[in-house]
Design a protein around this ligand. Structure first.
Ligand SMILES: CC(C)(COP(=O)(O)OP(=O)(O)OC[C@H]1O[C@@H](n2cnc3c(N)ncnc32)[C@H](O)[C@@H]1OP(=O)(O)O)[C@@H](O)C(=O)NCCC(=O)NCCS
Length: 189
């Protein structure tokens, strides 16, 4: 099972000891507004953790809990999973944060690490992300990651705004955001 590290976060494969933090997040209506639309019950959070543990065993990827390195607090969660949870489909990337951490770039930071894992470790040719049409905050994370809009498609039994990124687009986007480039001729700090 793979733990990922970013400047501010540790992405830990979801496990039983994440229950309290996960449930505290998933029971908030504002977090679930564009997901299930309903605050999550403790039973659903527990079942989710059980399913996710099985997927880590079976596939070697699934959901991570986002742990803020500075405080040790669980501040979000994210995944690489098969779109529609169907191994016949491409890899899907997803995220959520506790509302106190919105607007700080943490979802985008985690998304970069999860996308790198999908393209570089899982050899995914394509990554897809979906959100309900009103979820502009999530769509902005997709755009910042370098994904392009594919259109409205039905996933999880509802029309979703669907975004995609190929491996070539990932390489291009990660070169822009990460790789230091030589300064232009004549440039001085
Ligand atoms: C979707 C969700 C994770 C987006 O959170 P977010 O905080 O907007 O996204 P990021 O963490 O990438 O932060 C980006 C914002 O922080 C700002 N920001 C501040 N510091 C930043 C930094 N160092 N780097 C990048 N962005 C930064 C950006 O300007 C941006 O704000 P803007 O969109 O108003 O321009 C959050 O709204 C959420 O958890 N929603 C509920 C769950 C959900 O709907 N999940 C998605 C289901 S499809």
């Amino acid at each position: 099972m793979t733990t990922l590290t970013t400047p501010r976060l540790r992405l830990e494969p979801m496990d039983d000891h994440h229950f309290d933090g996960l449930h505290a997040m998933n029971r908030l209506p504002e977090v679930m507004r564009f997901i299930s639309g309903e605050p999550e019950t403790p039973e659903v959070t527990r079942r989710m953790i059980d399913v996710v543990k099985g997927r880590w065993e079976q596939f070697g990827f699934s959901w991570w809990a986002f742990i803020e390195r500075g405080t040790g607090e669980l501040v979000g969660a994210g995944c690489i999973q098969y779109l529609g949870r169907d191994p016949a489909n491409p890899h899907e990337i997803g995220w959520r944060l506790v509302p106190q951490r919105w607007g700080q770039g943490l979802a985008s930071e985690a998304a970069q690490a999860m996308a790198a894992f999908a393209f570089e470790s899982l050899d995914a040719p394509t990554l897809v992300a979906v959100c309900l049409p009103g979820n502009t905050g999530s769509a902005r994370v997709m755009e910042r990651l370098g994904m392009h809009y594919r259109g409205l498609e039905t996933w999880y039994e509802r029309p979703h705004a669907t975004w995609e990124m190929t491996r070539a687009e990932w390489r291009h986007a990660s070169k822009i955001s990460c790789v230091p480039r030589p300064a232009p001729a004549g440039y001085r700090d």
